[in-house]
Design a protein around this ligand. Structure first.
Ligand SMILES: [Zn+2]
Length: 412
């Protein structure tokens, strides 16, 4: 009986928050007035109103009223999607890099703080790639217990270690294990760190097995790949290439033909390492030689983004690779992409909206301002199409119909 009562309590505790305490309520109607809306697909809507009911957008109607949030004078757009972050990666008590694997109470609070900072910066969905510590954070946010972006996680990544990685059958078993552990996506390391030269760490056969098994399990595969590993991942039918540094134009054309997504980084991750050098130096994987290599890699990444954006049909998503120090500054990557990668601002926005959603298989749920989609809506002080630094000035954040930030009244 005690067990029965206990389980009943658990059921009630889990079901009440959404049923009774939801901040917007199941049917409350919210109207947002805006004079400039980027719809997430490359269009600009002028002088309109967005109608939200519960967690979803139900209409775009210039005549709707009464207005609950007046965002005229700002630029309104869908919440951004970061395809590649490491939200649980932080600096420890001594201020030094501790990576994403720490499971202390302090590390848990830091992860929650990173999630909060990311959402406040306008990112309503992120894909965190490569740590089991993402799981409890993802689930707490999904239950509405913690404030943060929607999180998709890869749990443990497949680390390429040459033959020691395992046979194709062992690799397939590893992929299935991640799915059972709750992975939303599979992360694969097919190259060494670029700081160590970026050589390939999986054979074509191993990569084929990994991405094929992911597909069989209904999961996407994201491959950390430089140089020749970019082509290998594309040939293996993997979903997306992360980083892609030193890919040739022929590799990029092949990706375009096969529909493989590219997730390059135009600057933030390296700028953040250089800015926080004393906090990283001497921690595992971060040496003086590595830092010297980074300053050389930065222009290579600018070059990659410039070349990639000229390849017809190549689908380039937005991923920051945010590690400790970069959470909440994810939007800096837009500025790098436009300023150093020579990408036009609208393309940069779409990469983190509808295209980012499409790459995650979530185009019918997020990434656009349209009826039927989640009400993930942000507003910027300024127009990013005219001045990309407006991405730093996020004044309003709504995720799933709930407003988490509204400082729009401070703008004048
Ligand atoms: Zn990464």
């Amino acid at each position: 009986m005690r067990t029965f009562i206990y389980s009943l309590c658990v059921i009630i505790a889990v079901s009440i928050p959404t049923a009774m305490y939801s901040q917007t309520g199941p049917t409350r109607r919210v109207v947002i007035a805006a004079d400039k809306v980027l719809d997430g697909k490359g269009h600009v809507l002028k002088n309109t109103r967005i109608v939200v009911e519960g967690s979803k957008i139900v209409a775009i109607d210039p005549k709707a009223g009464p207005v609950d949030y007046d965002l005229r004078g700002l630029t309104v757009l869908p919440g951004w999607i970061d395809a590649h972050a490491h939200v649980t990666w932080s600096f420890g008590k001594d201020g030094k890099n501790v990576g994403a694997g720490e499971t202390t109470q302090e590390a848990a609070y830091r992860s929650a703080a990173n999630a909060w900072a990311t959402l406040m910066a306008g990112f309503t969905t992120i894909q965190s790639v490569g740590s089991p510590t993402d799981l409890p954070l993802r689930d707490a946010i999904a239950r509405g217990e913690l404030v943060g972006p929607r999180i998709l996680t890869a749990v443990d990544p497949l680390m390429g270690r040459g033959e020691r990685t395992g046979t194709p059958e062992e690799i397939r078993a590893f992929i299935r294990k991640q799915k059972l552990a709750g992975a939303d996506v599979i992360k694969i390391f097919a190259s060494q760190s670029i700081r160590q030269g970026g050589g390939m760490t999986l054979s074509q056969e191993q990569l084929n097995a990994a991405c094929d098994e992911a597909k069989k399990q209904g999961l996407r595969s994201l491959v950390h790949a430089y140089k020749e590993a970019v082509r290998a991942a594309t040939l293996a039918g993997c979903t997306q290439v992360e980083h892609g540094t030193l890919a040739t134009n022929d590799d990029l054309k092949l990706m375009s033909q096969k529909g493989t997504y590219l997730d390059p980084q135009a600057g933030l991750v390296i700028e953040n390492y250089l800015l926080n050098k004393d906090r990283y130096l001497g921690t595992p994987g971060y040496t003086e030689e590595g830092f010297a290599a980074m300053t050389k890699i930065l222009p290579m990444n600018h070059d990659l983004v410039q070349r990639a954006s000229k390849i017809p049909g190549l689908k380039i998503v937005f991923g920051t690779d945010a590690v400790a120090g970069a959470h909440g500054h994810n939007a800096e990557e837009f500025i790098d992409r436009v300023r150093d990668g020579k990408v036009d601002p609208m393309t940069a926005m779409v990469s983190a909206n509808s295209l980012g959603a499409e790459a995650m298989g979530l185009a019918d749920k997020i990434g656009s301002i349209a009826p039927g989609l989640q009400a993930d809506i942000i507003a910027l002080d300024g127009d990013p199409l005219a001045d990309i630094t407006a991405v730093r000035r996020v004044l309003f954040v709504m995720k799933g119909g709930v407003v988490y930030k509204n400082v729009a009244h401070r703008r004048r």
